[in-house]
Write a protein that binds this ligand. Structure first.
Ligand code: SF4
Length: 472
């Protein structure tokens, strides 16, 4: 059977602000995970439109499309095209799970929630010529899932081909996050068996890994055993975790020992009112500076995530947030305009309050204002967001932020990572065009080598005192 798996390009990939390197980071792991359930005899073509021209002149029997909100319209066009050619088309992903009725108009079958249980079920039904219209996931386990089909990934198209996911979901319930909508009807946080995760790591070449898990430290027991098993592997890795998990116990030290060198952290907002509005309880009453200092003491760089436009945000929020990031030596900042994704509690609340002003899904890219704001006008919010990005990544601020570190090596790492990421677009574009992105991996690995902080001892002591006082 001829099978085509497609990740259509997000709408922002056509915006004038499109940065090709941003969309050439990670391969489509979700599709490669589904491909593992296909028959070895099947003829499989996995295409990621962010990094290659989509070939629509073929004649697959089965087409599988992964739908996000900002590629939804494009996905539907592709689906309609293949259906008109007689192919069987299935749609799945975050947007399909949020708006199944919309997606169903363009598909023969739709998939709601994760596909590890439902996709093999579908394949069986399809072979028996009785596929269902809707497949809804309810059993959630990663036990005995077949190894991901990495052979289908065109490694040289990506800067970070060694991306990996060892858990699904997250233990928290932030109102603006897709997580609860996607995992509705079953467990919303679960992990692989540690041995399977370690085996997957062993299969990956080179040193660098990028864990794409929502919250790598979300299950302390799992993470502890994973980091224990990774000791001595000589890996350097990046991942994401929450403030509370950084401050709690000594898991973050264990992560650093086994190679964690940079962490995505959702600071989101400094306002307690905003945190409560977003149900982001894990950040409430947490000392952000202490979390930052702890990461820096371990030589871990920080990618901070910040949301603008929550109801308590005023005109000063942009400057406050940028200044804080620079003063606290945040390596890279990701800013977002609050976006009420369909299916989330945020969307339900805003819809009930009649605050949604656009349902053009192409604008739901966290760069546009699609709802009625409170203390800011939509123009102020958009201008403030654009200003924040420009301001944070000005050379003067990159230099100022990197100068906050106490060791020369950490200062240099910060400078190379932040400057390299934002300031050399033509170089990145050339590397992408010449299909050499994968060859940049040794440079990334070099930047991610370990640095020791002169303040390490003191901060470690502080964190131990902190855990003791919390326990007592
Ligand atoms: S912590 Fe992150 S992944 Fe988890 S629910 Fe909140 S926003 Fe979503």
């Amino acid at each position: 059977m001829k099978i085509k798996l497609i990740l259509p390009a997000l709408a922002e990939a056509e915006s004038p602000f499109w940065r090709p390197v941003k969309y050439s980071l990670f391969p489509p792991l979700g599709l490669a995970t589904l491909a593992a359930y296909l028959d070895p005899e099947d003829e499989i073509d996995l295409q990621d439109q962010h990094v290659e021209q989509l070939n629509l002149n073929d004649e697959p029997d089965l087409v599988i499309i992964q739908v996000y909100i900002t590629n939804a319209y494009r996905s539907y066009q592709i689906a309609d095209h293949y259906r008109s050619q007689g192919a069987y088309v299935i749609l799945g992903g975050l947007h399909v799970t949020s708006l199944p009725h919309e997606a169903a108009l363009h598909a023969d079958s739709i998939f709601l929630g994760p596909g590890e249980e439902t996709f093999p079920q579908f394949l069986n039904d399809f072979k028996n010529k009785r596929p269902g219209k809707v497949y809804r996931s309810s059993i959630r386990t990663l036990n005995k899932i077949p190894p991901i089909r990495r052979d289908l990934i065109k490694r040289n198209h990506y800067l970070v081909p060694n991306s990996i996911v060892v858990t699904r979901g997250c233990p928290h319930h932030c109102d603006f996050c897709y997580k609860d909508a996607f995992f509705e009807g079953g467990k919303s946080f679960y992990t692989q068996a540690v041995d399977d995760a370690l085996a997957e790591i062993e299969r990956l070449p080179g040193r660098h890994l990028y864990f794409l898990d929502d919250h790598l430290l979300g299950n302390a027991k799992f993470a502890n055993t994973l980091f224990e098993g990774m000791k001595g592997m000589g890996r350097v890795f990046q991942g994401a975790a929450t403030i509370d998990s950084i401050l709690r116990g000594d898991l973050i030290e264990k992560a650093a020992e086994s190679g964690l060198r940079s962490l995505f952290v959702g600071f989101e907002t400094f306002s307690a009112k905003n945190l409560r509005q977003s149900n982001k309880k894990q950040n409430l009453k947490k000392d952000y500076e202490k979390a930052v200092a702890r990461l820096h003491s371990l030589g871990i760089m920080i990618n901070g995530s910040f949301v603008f436009g929550l109801d308590d945000d005023d005109r000063d929020v942009f400057k406050r947030t940028v200044d804080w990031g620079v003063e606290n030596a945040i390596t890279t900042s990701t800013y977002h305009i609050l976006t009420p994704y369909p299916g989330t509690n945020l969307y339900k609340n805003m819809d009930a309050q009649q605050r949604i002003i656009s349902r053009d899904w192409d604008l739901y890219d966290t760069r546009h204002v699609v709802y009625k704001t409170t203390k800011l006008t939509p123009e102020e919010l958009k201008e403030g967001y654009d200003w924040a990005y420009k301001e944070f990544y000005k050379w003067t601020n990159i230099l100022k932020a990197s100068a906050q570190h106490d060791s020369i090596r950490h200062k240099l790492k910060h400078l190379f990572y932040s400057g390299g990421w934002k300031k050399f677009e033509p170089v990145w574009n050339f590397i992408i065009k010449t299909r050499n992105l994968n060859n940049m991996l040794p440079v990334l690995e070099a930047i991610l080598t370990k640095v020791k902080s002169e303040k390490t001892g003191k901060l470690k002591e502080l964190s131990v005192i902190d855990s003791i006082s919390k326990a007592s």
